[in-house]
Design a protein around this ligand. Structure first.
Ligand code: HXC
Length: 257
């Protein structure tokens, strides 16, 4: 499908989605989200792709939802078009999704990064929820994922104060996996993606699912879900391949079966 607001590149085993509205700092209109989720759908179905990088390019990740698109809307209209519900296509993606963040990741931009499985930040990155300054609050997970990631007090600071958190502090808070020089961010994220792409795809999928369930479920239910995923993996050829390769002292070749 042709895209107008994003770029989609497939360099097997890695897919790269780049937000592409530089004139408005990649502001996330509903049309951008529709393209991102459509591209993720394509990459989900493409067996040559085993991990995906989501980036805004070298200068900015995304400065939030499109304020011009929201300014005059009413609540019933917002409900009817379910602006943020449509982002569920991002969290539904089952392969590893790695955010490569340079510059501003604000509002919905920050929330989009927090929906990813790993975050590689350039030293120029700034993460924040400035919605409070617009008379609203975060609407795509900012009040929920910050406390689960960085704890209540940081979440309050970010959501009530509206000041962005710089890359290095975000790293100290555990919000990002790694900080690299800004010109290296996308390549560093691709490297992580290529590394994950060598892992068994079914196990990757079930590990991602289980870790995400830890944020939703009480411990005993989470442990049960993990155990079922663990047992299920003994039905895969990749489990046999992985264990035989270890015993035969060779590198495993995983097929995703
Ligand atoms: C629409 C935006 C935008 C946005 C920037 N632009 N952010 N347009 N929506 N979120 C536009 C500007 O209007 C401007 O257009 C151009 O991008 C460049 O931005 P500047 O402000 O001139 O750049 P700069 O001075 O470098 O400041 C960068 C900035 C600032 C600090 C990031 O742009 C800013 O504060 N942006 C808004 C951030 C924000 O409040 N985000 C939360 C949005 S609400 P022109 O035409 O003038 O050149 C949200 C809710 C999420 O995200 C809920 C879930 C969907």
């Amino acid at each position: 499908m042709p895209y107008e607001l994003i770029l989609l590149e497939v360099e097997p085993p890695v897919g790269v989605i780049t937000l592409n509205r530089p004139a408005v700092l990649n502001a996330l209109s509903p049309a951008v989200i529709a393209e991102v989720t459509a591209a993720l759908g394509e990459l989900e179905r493409d067996d040559s792709v085993r991990a995906v990088v989501l980036t805004g390019g070298p200068k900015v990740f995304a400065a939030g939802a499109d304020i011009g698109d929201m300014a005059e809307r009413g609540p019933v209209e917002q409900l009817a078009r379910d602006q943020t519900g449509r982002w569920a296509g991002i969290t539904a993606f089952t392969k590893p999704l790695i955010a490569a963040v340079n510059g501003y990741a604000l509002g919905g931009g920050c929330e989009m990064a927090l929906m990813c499985d790993l975050v590689i930040a350039g030293d120029s990155a700034r993460f924040g929820q400035p919605e409070i300054n617009l008379g609203i609050i975060a609407g795509a997970g900012g009040t929920q994922r910050w406390p689960r990631t960085a704890g209540k007090y940081v979440a309050m600071e970010v959501n009530l104060g509206g000041q962005p958190v710089a890359a290095q502090r975000a790293y100290q808070l555990g919000v990002v996996n790694k900080v690299v020089p800004a010109e290296m961010t996308i390549e560093a994220a691709k490297r992580v993606a290529r590394q994950l792409a060598t892992k068994p795809p079914v196990a990757l999928r079930l590990a991602k699912e289980a870790v995400n369930l830890a944020l939703e479920l009480p411990l005993q239910q989470g442990l049960l879900a993990e155990r079922k995923n663990f047992y299920f993996l003994f039905a895969t050829e990749d489990q046999k391949e992985g264990m035989h390769a270890f015993l035969e002292k060779r590198r495993a070749q995983f097929q995703g079966r």
